[in-house]
Design a binder for this molecule. Structure first.
Ligand SMILES: C[S@@+](CC[C@H](N)C(=O)[O-])C[C@H]1O[C@@H](n2cnc3c(N)ncnc32)[C@H](O)[C@@H]1O
Length: 269
């Protein structure tokens, strides 16, 4: 994490020295030149220190939270490696890619729900992890991971070595949903897929449109099994929170939050 200038001791030494000079200047202006600036100047200086103090408290909070998340990622990764040893080098996690705590949620739900059909919107390290777990457990589950970018579909495909797992290049397509225009993966690649009982939504990326992941349920609801669980990542973002509200209103879903660094919500009917 980069340090802000005002979190260094040097900054505080300089700020205090400058404040001292400013107070002397204000005193000269007030009592030397007769300008009534001393009290307003001191008030402004105090205000600046209050604002700075507040900002520093915010940074301390963020820093503490990121320490908790960092520790959780290590623990989640150890948990994953205790379940299986991947047969390929895993790509970098976090940032755009799935974080270990999210991947742990996927694997936990695989074990607890034993899905027979898994669909992921947004391929990547999550697809590799799920394909490895399915292989290790000898699960016959079918697993499909969509990606709208051919490059990333290809990179993930190279590391998905389970014949039951498929990475499908599904470019974005225009849809009309609820009287509005939307873009989402071309779901015709899932033509022969139904009874999805684990739907993981971690794509497309938020830059394609506001509420980028909203079309997932309107487009795939007819393909879900009765016991389907839907796992949405990045729910710390306002857009994803709005998507959950819309889905709950439109599809009557139950929802449970899981504490992960990007926020994960599990939903079911
Ligand atoms: C949130 S990511 C999907 C993450 C995936 N579920 C995982 O666990 O890694 C959504 C999309 O970002 C794109 N993507 C993946 N890696 C990327 C990278 N390094 N830079 C930019 N886009 C990337 C891919 O098209 C992917 O489908």
């Amino acid at each position: 994490m980069g340090h802000k200038l005002y979190t260094t001791f040097g900054f505080f030494k300089a700020a205090i020295a400058l404040s001292g000079i400013l107070i002397i200047l204000l005193a000269i202006l007030q009592w030397g030149l007769g300008l009534p600036l001393f009290l307003p100047g001191i008030a402004l200086l105090l205000l600046a220190f209050v604002v700075l103090g507040f900002r520093i408290l915010q940074l301390i909070y963020k820093f503490q939270l990121s320490r908790i998340h960092d520790t959780n990622q290590v623990e989640a990764l150890l948990w994953l490696y205790s379940r299986f040893t991947p047969s390929v080098n895993l790509p970098a996690m976090r940032e755009v890619a799935g974080s270990p705590d999210f991947l742990k949620v996927l694997v936990e739900y695989f074990y607890s729900h034993q899905p027979k059909v898994i669909v992921e919107a947004g391929s990547g390290v999550s697809s590799i992890i799920l394909s490895e777990v399915l292989k290790k457990e000898g699960s016959g589950a079918r697993h499909y991971a969509l990606d709208h970018l051919e490059k990333y579909a290809g990179l993930t495909r190279e590391k998905v070595l389970n014949p039951n797992s498929e990475v499908l290049y599904a470019p974005l397509k225009d849809y009309r949903i609820g009287g509005k225009n939307w873009k989402w993966y071309d779901v015709s690649v899932l033509e022969n897929v139904d009874q999805i009982d684990m739907l993981v939504i971690d794509g497309p990326t938020e830059d394609i449109q506001p509420l980028a992941r909203y079309p997932a349920l309107p487009l795939l609801k007819g393909k879900l099994s009765d016991k389907a669980i839907i796992i949405l990542d990045d729910t710390n973002r306002k857009d994803e929170q709005q998507i959950i509200r819309l889905w709950q209103q439109e599809f009557g879903l139950e929802a449970k939050s899981v504490f992960t660094e990007k926020g994960t919500v599990v939903m079911w009917r």
